[in-house]
Design a protein around this ligand. Structure first.
Ligand SMILES: C[S@@+](CC[C@H](N)C(=O)[O-])C[C@H]1O[C@@H](n2cnc3c(N)ncnc32)[C@H](O)[C@@H]1O
Length: 148
C-alpha cells in the first residue's frame, strides 16, 4: 500500500516500479556474483538486493528516499546508504545494478567511466546505458549487461 501512496505523500516522484526478479536473476547468473560486491543504485525497497544476497553477493544499496531506505534496511539487513547515488563512490564495486530513467543512465555512464575499475559490470534493467560496452542483453527480459 505504502509502495503506491508514498510518492504522492512525499509530493515527488511517480508511481514506484520494481525490476523483474527474473531479469535480475538472469543477469546476475550471466556475470557471476557469488563472493562479489554488488551495488544497487536506487535500491528502492530492496528486491534486487535481497536476490543478489541470496545468490551469494556482498551487497550495498543506495537509496535517496527515506521511507524506501528504511524498509530496504529492515528487509535486507545489509549495508544500505541513505544518499544520492551521484555522491557515492562506487569504485569498489564488481557489479553495479540500476533501474533508472534513460536521462539518468546517461549521467550515470559518465560516473561509471570515471569510477569503476576495468572489468566491472553494469547491469541495467529496462533502459540502455550510452557510452559503455554492451556485452550481453536479453530483449525479452529487458536487461542489458555492460563491461567497463
Ligand atoms: C525504479 S526504482 C528501482 C528499485 C530497485 N532498484 C529495483 O530495481 O527494483 C528507482 C529507485 O531509485 C531511487 N532514486 C532515484 N534517484 C536517486 C538518487 N539520485 N540517489 C539514490 N536513489 C535514487 C528512487 O527513489 C527509486 O526507489
Amino acid at each position: 500500500m505504502l509502495h503506491f501512496v508514498w510518492p504522492y505523500l512525499a509530493r515527488r516522484g511517480g508511481a514506484y516500479s520494481t525490476s523483474s526478479a527474473e531479469a535480475a536473476r538472469w543477469a546476475f547468473a550471466r556475470v557471476g556474483i557469488a563472493g562479489r560486491r554488488v551495488y544497487d543504485l536506487g535500491c528502492g525497497y530492496g528486491r534486487v538486493l535481497a536476490l543478489a544476497r541470496r545468490m551469494g553477493a556482498e551487497v550495498v544499496g543506495v537509496e535517496i528516499d527515506p521511507v524506501r531506505w528504511l524498509i530496504c534496511l529492515l528487509r535486507c539487513r545489509c549495508r544500505v546508504l541513505l544518499a544520492d547515488m551521484f555522491k557515492v563512490d562506487v569504485s569498489d564495486a564488481d557489479v553495479v545494478y540500476i533501474f533508472q530513467w534513460p536521462s539518468v543512465n546517461a549521467r550515470l555512464s559518465e560516473k561509471f567511466r570515471r569510477e569503476l575499475r576495468r572489468g566491472a559490470y553494469v547491469v541495467s534493467y529496462m533502459w540502455e546505458v550510452p557510452g559503455l560496452e554492451l556485452v550481453e542483453q536479453s530483449p525479452e527480459l529487458r536487461v542489458y549487461i555492460y563491461r567497463v
